[in-house]
Design a protein around this ligand. Sequence first.
Ligand code: HEM
Length: 149
Amino acid sequence: MAILKLLHLLSAVIWVGGMFFAYVILRPAAVDVLQPPERLRLWRNVFQRFFVWVWAVVGLILVSGLGMLHSYGDSAPLYVHVMLGGGILMVLIYAYVYFSLYKSLARGVLAEEWKTAGGVLGQIRRWVGINLTLGLLITGLAAAAPYLG
Ligand code: HEM
């Protein structure tokens, strides 16, 4: 259980922390410093690297989370079920971002269709904002749960 919880927690930190850095720090810095074509090339490169890690931690969060859930048998607390639902929603949103939006962004950047790629990047930003909010809420719930009685 301790190893599962460690893998689970580190995976959540990498995923949520990565989204926080991208959304709150890198995004405004890229707008300040780079012109749209360079900015779009940067984001395609950033997502290409970050998404490899996200696939790894999504797998670890699901395996460790379901493993811990299994160890509860029929008596898992409500917050773990909320986490399961929220976790699955985050994974579905990430899958949509990866298979649909990121693929379109990559095609747009390669074809130097900056207007189209810019529009897709705006959609990715919105969904990453939603997943960041969900991740922070789930982590807060997990941390507060032992004190909620
Ligand atoms: C398939 C989805 C998930 C399942 C089944 C799941 C299940 C669990 C379980 C059973 C625990 C241990 C509760 C305990 O006994 O203390 C746990 C802890 C935790 N989970 Fe999840 N989880 C899932 C997704 C997530 C996601 C997406 C995040 C964050 C983005 C997250 C963050 C945490 C945190 C921060 C803890 C607390 C660890 C601690 O107490 O040290 N989980 N989760």
